[in-house]
Ligand binder design. Structure first.
Ligand code: NAD
Ligand code: TYD
Length: 339
């Protein structure tokens, strides 16, 4: 039997990296190809334990390069594409939206074209709940797959645009696609510019934690391992053309998240520093995951169990994040926060 070839884009990043490891271990009979440009957010040291395995392969390439994508797809004849590669940080999209348009929109279209050309069996586009915009603080309102797209940041607008292209390739050309829209992830290998790893690393260094505005904005947190299992399920069981929201009903205000981490590490809330709010800061995200539940998915982590596992991981893997928060990141942090 010939092995199935799975292309994972962005597999050197946070979620894609966890997904690559999950797939390499779970499916020895699949060949997993990790395609990544290795931008500031990509790092291959996380794959030391799998890089010698026969079913793991790495390709350094830029998804925006349409010719390169076409010849690669013609050569390798991938069966499935799981598309994570993106610029993913809202604050960076506010400072420099251009690269978000290039990577997230133009790059997705290059992959769709190449996938159509070779008649791929499934294209899973990993999107975000941020495409729906924001909810108010009424706790009984949730994003469903039918919620209108109203993205507020350049990041979420670029993701919404790519979602629409993916949908169009299904409607126009019959490309077998799924779109997943997940809430905020956390867990191992989360890049320390995002709220949770930023807080853990700074609390461990006794540094101030910048909380935007009054800290009352709400995010719905999902452990990255639960997101990986959801994507695996959609890849194998998702109905072509369908969108699936992914989330575990773990809503917390940013202040609650930061205080939980400070408490778990035995430090003081005096580390919290309220700073100028993010422009266009979405108030609340909350997912209704019942459609995915009908496929048989349910999360295995609560926020309480997941955050403890994650904090322990950052304690055990200090070399990984310390190497990141030196160098280019230092300059970014100073410019962003003035702290
Ligand atoms: P990340 O920033 O950690 O990783 C992105 C990866 O894409 C990096 O390895 C980077 O090198 C690679 N990349 C960037 N530009 C590229 C290009 N032109 N060609 C090839 N590779 C390129 O992102 P993440 O947090 O792991 O998010 C992955 C995906 O999941 C994104 O599409 C994001 O929109 C989506 N998502 C993220 C979250 C979250 O909470 N982080 C939640 C829902 C959905
Ligand atoms: P983030 O991790 O950037 O994810 P997203 O913007 O995609 O939701 O931010 C999560 C929340 O934390 C968001 O409401 C913004 C807030 N935040 C802070 O208060 N301080 C920070 O330094 C960062 C990075 C985020």
């Amino acid at each position: 039997m010939t092995k199935k070839k799975i292309l994972v884009t962005g597999g050197a990043g946070f979620i894609g990296g966890n997904f690559v490891q999950f797939m390499v271990e779970k499916y020895p009979h699949y060949d997993i190809y990790n395609l990544d440009l290795l931008t500031y957010a990509g790092d291959l040291t996380k794959h030391r334990d799998i890089e010698k395995k026969d079913n793991y392969h790495f390709i350094k390439a830029d998804i925006v390069n349409s010719d390169e994508m076409t010849s690669l797809f013609e050569k390798e004849k991938f069966n499935y594409v799981i598309h994570f590669a993106a610029e993913s940080h809202v604050d960076r999209s506010i400072t420099d939206p251009n690269i978000f348009v290039q990577t997230n929109i133009v790059g997705t279209q290059a992959l769709l074209n190449a996938s159509k050309l070779i008649g791929i069996s499934k294209f899973v586009h990993v999107s975000t709940d941020e495409v729906y915009g924001e909810l108010d603080f009424n706790p009984s309102t949730f994003f469903t797959e039918d919620t209108p797209l109203q993205p507020n940041s350049p990041y979420s607008a670029s993701k919404a645009s790519s979602d629409l292209l993916v949908r169009a390739y299904y409607e126009t050309y019959g490309l077998p696609i799924n779109i997943t829209r997940c809430s905020n992830n956390y867990g191992p290998y989360h890049f320390p510019e995002k709220l949770i790893p930023l807080t853990i690393s700074r609390v461990l260094n006794d540094q101030k934690i910048p909380v935007y505005g009054d800290g009352e904005n709400i995010r719905d947190w999902l452990h990255v391992y639960d997101h990986c299992a959801a994507i695996d399920l959609v890849l194998h069981e998702g109905v072509n053309g369908e969108i699936y929201n992914v989330g575990g009903h773990n809503e917390r205000t940013n202040l609650e998240v930061v205080q939980t981490i400070i408490r778990a590490l035995g430090k003081s809330n005096e580390l919290i520093e309220f700073v100028t709010d993010r422009p266009g800061h979405d108030k609340r995200y909350a997912i209704d995951p019942s459609k995915l539940g009908e496929l048989g998915w349910k999360p295995t982590y609560t926020f309480e169990t997941g955050i403890i596992q994650t904090i322990q991981w950052y304690l055990d893997n200090q070399n990984w994040w310390k190497q990141i928060i030196s160098g280019e990141y230092e300059g970014y942090f100073e410019k962003q926060y003035n702290l």
